[in-house]
Design a protein around this ligand. Structure first.
Ligand code: NCD
Length: 325
């Protein structure tokens, strides 16, 4: 039987994406009547969460998704410290040991991994007997985030095709923007604008991919223009931990250069949406009241969508076929 891993967002076809979003919507509706109204589709399945890098939303939302659908969670939030990686075991070996052995169940039925090295999760998926979900591999990819980001675009605009999307901040190290580009590349009539300091520009690989998929993209530093002219403004944090040899002042300059504040927020049209994978730092300086009431601010709804998108994904990976039509 096919094992349903998700290691990069290119794997998600528009058809699969649409099925996952429909299911996420169903689960979202059911959740309005409280936790006991959710189907217990993942009853007795076990998910291991193996995080070698820090995480808040990604780990909690996968774990909550699993538990809300009746499943169980085992794991460690600091796998680098508390798993055999500390003793030098490779991720591939770790997942081989924990998965199925022959016809027997193993320790868990699915594993969600966040790793420090780009490509390691894909490599581990090649030898794993159970599905592996990539929850971020270093500066590589973050496909479940792209899934929830596209789900958020669909929920906010009722469509994905035809949208103008600006991606702002650390486009070099940001795995969420890379995975989002790969996914948007599958839709028609998308325009992408990249806004970043030169030294944190989007990688040539991604630009080549967009070109091949006939997606219009451009790069600009005219942030005010961008704020006024895009459907979605996808902000990201400067990832200081992934850049060496940069002074504090230089980081600060980059963080201040492309920030949304109470002064430039009025430039954003009322029908536009501000997204962010979170956590946010100086790039978002929006007053609390605005965050609570202003429809343009979509990043809390986006984080909430992560729960439902991941419920749908876990069901798809674990249950071979309930909504495979
Ligand atoms: C992001 C990540 O870890 O890639 N956060 C997330 O998963 N929502 C973005 C970041 O760390 O800035």
């Amino acid at each position: 039987m096919e094992i349903r891993h998700l290691y990069e967002s290119q794997q998600l076809t528009p058809r699969r994406l649409s099925a996952l979003m429909t299911r996420a919507d169903e689960l979202k509706e059911l959740s309005r009547k409280g936790p006991r109204n959710l189907p217990q589709t993942l009853d007795r399945y076990i998910m291991a969460s193996l995080f070698y890098e820090p995480s808040t939303r990604t780990r909690f939302s996968h774990e909550a998704a699993m538990i809300r659908l009746g499943g169980e969670v085992i794991g460690t939030e600091n796998a680098a410290q508390f798993s055999s990686a500390k003793k030098g075991e490779s991720l591939a070996d770790t997942v081989r040991v924990m998965g199925r052995q022959g016809g027997l169940l193993g320790y868990e039925d699915i594993v969600v991994v966040r790793h420090t090295e780009e490509g390691e999760i894909k490599k581990a998926s090649e030898v794993s007997s159970i599905p592996i979900i990539n929850a971020g591999d270093g500066p590589g990819q973050h496909p479940t985030q792209a899934l929830l980001d596209v789900y958020t675009l669909q929920s906010e605009f009722g469509k994905i095709e035809g949208l103008n999307v600006a991606m702002v901040g650390d486009l070099k190290n940001g795995r969420t923007v890379k995975s989002l580009c790969y996914l948007l590349g599958k839709f028609n009539d998308i325009n992408i604008t990249f806004v970043s300091p030169d030294w944190l520009a989007m990688s040539p690989n991604i630009k080549a991919y967009l070109k091949r998929h006939e997606i219009n993209y451009r790069e600009t530093a005219e942030f005010e223009d961008v704020l006024q002219s895009h459907d979605a403004i996808y902000m990201t944090r400067i990832q200081r931990e992934r850049e060496q040899g940069i002074s504090d002042e230089e980081f600060q300059r980059a963080e201040d250069m492309f920030a949304i504040t109470k002064d430039n927020l009025p430039l954003v049209p009322s029908e536009s949406r501000i997204l962010h994978p979170l956590p946010h730092l100086h790039e978002l300086q929006i007053p609390y009241e605005a965050e609570e009431t202003d429809r343009r601010i979509a990043y809390f709804r986006q984080a909430n969508n992560g729960l439902y998108a991941r419920m749908a994904l876990l069901e798809w990976s674990l249950m071979q076929g309930p909504f495979e039509k």
